[in-house]
Write a protein that binds this ligand. Structure first.
Ligand code: HEM
Ligand SMILES: *[C@@H]1O[C@H](CO)[C@@H](O)[C@H](O)[C@H]1NC(C)=O
Length: 302
């Protein structure tokens, strides 16, 4: 029998269902009204064509700090100024072709990261869209602790789990370190003290990263930092991971098998990387009428 209470429950459930559907992210979010938006992002990424821009976009999607104040911690400073400039440039172009600010900075970053991976020879995937920007200086993901580069595997798994990401996500997403560089101050301890490191590799890295000084000297994560390939995983198998957190993925633990698989099977890595980027992009997005569409990605609209 349908009592008024039952009826109410059903209505509320229906409304919730509608709300969830209406406000979840979708690959086609801008297609009907602003079909020019996504090609504009790709155009800037491709026209810029610099390795630097592409790498920074991939890094920035993971670290939404870029949209807030650059922090004075060890991580935040690397390339964040140049990162801001690129985002500003993409934002200006997207706003221009759409006639007004309709695409969120969060969506711009998600698409730019994907287009950058493609530009560097990696896989593609359908980016889910419809995110809105925070009305606070810091975005939500930024409030959860970023993993320290000195974490071991249980620490990394725990950090990712807290964000709803699993073991496979951790290994696949860490594969983003197929691109880019790190500073001496961050990997020094490993190259001088670790035992799970190829001695020849340690020696090579010490040549440009002295025991004292040279803190900002850079070294690539893998031997092909400009290519989105599986060299990162091959390096891990050979104990040539740069950060403690990199080598932790191949150190006798539960992720060894997956690292081995990716090292010899680019297709497996491609597929899992795309899936994991989508899963990372789905973490607590603001949608619907939440938040705002920023006019300037560096600051909140007032
Ligand atoms: C698993 C945990 C992770 C840790 C501990 C970590 C740590 C780091 C550190 C310490 C740096 C070097 C920054 C510097 O020297 O200032 C870095 C760079 C980078 N990270 Fe990660 N990262 C992780 C996961 C990720 C993920 C999930 C992505 C993207 C999907 C990513 C993409 C990058 C990129 C592209 C760079 C190079 C930036 C550049 O060369 O400008 N990382 N990461
Ligand atoms: C090596 O480890 C020792 C003991 O933890 C530490 O005091 C030292 O600073 C480390 N060396 C480097 C170069 O990081």
């Amino acid at each position: 029998m349908a009592s008024p209470t039952h009826f109410l429950v059903v209505v509320v459930l229906l409304l919730l269902g509608v709300a969830t559907t209406a406000f979840s992210l979708s690959p086609n979010f801008y297609d009907k009204v602003y079909p020019q938006a996504l090609p504009a992002i790709r155009k800037v990424v491709e026209a810029d064509g610099s390795l630097f821009t592409s790498v920074v976009m991939v890094h920035s999607f993971w670290i939404p700090h870029l949209l807030s104040k650059p922090r004075k911690n060890a991580r935040g400073n690397l390339n964040s100024v140049r990162g801001f400039e690129v985002v500003d440039q993409i934002k200006a172009e997207v706003d221009r072709v759409c006639g007004r600010p309709v695409v969120s900075c969060a969506d711009i970053l998600a698409v730019a990261a994907r287009d950058s991976v493609v530009a560097l020879g990696g896989p593609t995937w359908k980016v889910r869209l419809g995110r809105r920007d925070s009305t606070r200086a810091r975005l939500d993901l930024a409030n959860t602790e970023l993993p320290s580069p000195s974490l071991d595997l249980p620490g990394l798994l725990n950090n990712f789990r807290k964000q709803g990401l699993n073991r496979r996500d951790l290994v696949a997403l860490s594969g983003a370190h197929t691109l880019g560089v790190s500073r001496c101050s961050i990997f020094r301890n490993r190259i001088y003290n670790a035992t799970n490191i190829d001695p020849a590799f340690a020696k090579q890295r010490r040549a440009t990263c002295p025991r004292t000084g040279g803190n900002t000297n850079l070294a690539p994560f893998d031997s092909t930092p400009a290519h989105f390939d599986t060299t990162y995983f091959q390096d891990l198998v050979n104990q040539r991971g740069l950060l403690t957190s990199d080598q932790a993925l191949f150190n006798g633990g539960s992720t060894d098998e997956l690292v081995k698989t990716y090292s010899s099977n680019p297709d497996a890595f491609w597929v899992d990387f795309g899936k994991a980027m989508i899963r990372m992009g789905n973490i607590k997005p603001m949608t619907g009428t939440q938040g705002q569409i920023r006019a300037n990605c560096r600051k909140v609209n007032y």
